[in-house]
Design a protein around this ligand. Structure first.
Ligand code: PFF
Length: 451
């Protein structure tokens, strides 16, 4: 991500890797399967895929477009769309809320990613015949959670500070395909196991009566924006680093497709794996049929899957898988930390290195507070940021783009792209769509919460 050193992405592929790196993360492999398992399997998948097409893709493009137009942090980029003082101030406020939301997301994201680090280390402790350490690494104690949350935050800060983004970019290019291969291999293996077909049915056959459930709709909306990193300013910041000539319609499509495919593959592995684990005597559901410990589902089911392979390969697979997950989490967290960092660097005389330290410290303090009050705060912060703040910020962006931004400026922004005619059907439909349909859809789904 040379973006952070020279102000722009070095290449088209550099942008795709960074944006896909932001999108593909813990949300795909932990979030999506957990949400699908909790909210009716196939019904959730159906609503999710529809929302990705109807809202995810157009809104991701809108956010990138606003960022690229603004060439600055989210607060000022939104303010730039305003026509008068009032709308500029409202735009700035929406941008500032997105910066706060990004910071809060980074807190629970670091806790989650810390779990992946400790699960990558546990098999090493097993191989070294240190059962006590292995046990500590895989229990969800405060000391373990705190340690690895802080380790993860340090890793993110180190990467951003030292400017080795090129390293991450290069590594992502190698590791993302590996992650994909592992997911395909994992899904293929699990589907050959007894009990898996029940899980496959749960995932693929929607119960249509659940499709309009408030819970399913609102969770799928949150998951859509969370997975595509929309409504946090992260994509606005990445848009600001992107060349004006690049055609956003294609780049956004690549990012959306990659992200959705990884989420689907993860669910294809994990949901059947739940039923295989259950078949093998692991308790997954409570007596009332609800999921036991849904937050830690992936960490119960995957080790059970690796165990069933046995031998040395179980350890190797576990190390590689959880290490890849840590890297997926890292490339996402970098984009989140970039949101407040870009703001501080642009608004004050504080240098990049120090700004990342300040942001890292704030995130570490809040994350530690959540670790100590886990049951009260963890789920609460996730709901407030992903299911409330992100959709509302996306709503603000859609309204600003459709109703506040001068049409001629938007058309000029669109026309700058190579090979794009702003009067083509695609771009005309997209503008009308973001102006009318996106806000309406978001409002209708959010209103469900109050009905
Ligand atoms: N999209 C990331 C994931 O699915 O894990 C999470 C994320 C990254 C959310 C960046 C928000 C964000 F700004």
């Amino acid at each position: 991500m040379s973006a952070h050193t020279d102000g722009h992405f070095s290449s088209r592929i550099g942008f795709i890797m960074a944006a896909a790196g932001s999108a593909v993360g813990v949300g795909n492999i932990w979030g999506f399967p957990t949400q699908a398992a909790t909210h009716g399997g196939g019904a959730f998948l159906l609503v999710y895929v529809l929302l990705i097409i109807l809202l995810g893709y157009p809104m991701l493009m809108a956010e990138l477009m606003v960022g690229r137009h603004g060439q600055t942090n989210p607060a000022d980029a939104m303010a730039k769309l305003g026509r008068n003082k009032l709308s500029q101030n409202i735009g700035k406020t929406i941008g500032l809320i997105s910066i706060i939301t990004a910071t809060l997301i980074c807190t629970f994201y670091s806790i989650l990613s810390g779990w992946f680090i400790s699960f990558a280390l546990a098999p090493i402790a097993e191989i070294a015949q240190q059962p006590n350490i292995a046990h500590w690494l895989t229990d969800f104690s405060i000391s373990r959670n705190l340690t690895f949350t802080l380790v993860f935050i340090c890793l993110v800060i180190l990467v951003i500070r030292q400017g080795i983004q090129n390293g991450i970019e290069r590594w992502s290019k190698r590791l993302m395909p590996m992650l994909l291969l592992m997911l395909i291999g994992g899904a293929a293996y699990i589907l050959s196991q007894p009990g898996a077909i029940t899980g496959l049915k749960v995932l693929l056959v929607p119960d249509f009566s659940m499709v309009f459930h408030t819970d399913v709709l609102v969770s799928a909306l949150g998951q859509t924006f969370f997975s595509l990193s929309v409504g946090t300013g992260a994509m606005m910041v990445y848009g600001a680093y992107l060349n004006k000539q690049e055609n956003l319609s294609q780049l956004t499509a690549y990012v959306t497709l990659t992200d959705t495919m990884v989420a689907f593959l993860a669910a294809l592995m994990i949901i059947p794996a739940m039923y295989v684990a259950q078949h093998n005597g692991v308790q997954i559901f409570a007596d009332d049929g609800s999921l036991l410990n849904s937050d830690t589902l992936v960490f119960t089911v995957l080790p059970a899957l690796f165990d069933s392979i046995g031998g040395m390969s179980q350890y190797l697979l576990a190390i590689v898988f959880f290490a890849l997950m840590t890297i997926a989490g890292l490339t996402s967290a970098m984009s989140i930390v970039e949101v407040p960092t870009s703001y501080i660097v642009e608004k004050t005389s504080i240098k990049r290195g120090k700004a990342t330290l300040i942001v890292g410290t704030v995130i570490a303090v809040i994350a530690s507070f959540i670790v100590f009050n886990f049951s009260a705060l963890f789920g609460f912060i996730i709901t407030m940021t992903t299911e409330r703040a992100q959709p509302l910020i996306a709503l603000g962006i859609a309204i600003f783009m459709g109703w506040v931004w001068h049409r001629n400026d938007l058309l000029a922004e669109i026309a700058q792209q190579d090979g794009v005619n702003q009067n083509s059907l695609f771009w005309r439909v997209w503008q009308v769509y973001v102006k009318y349909v996106c806000p309406l859809l978001i409002i209708v789904i959010i209103m469900q919460l109050f009905s």
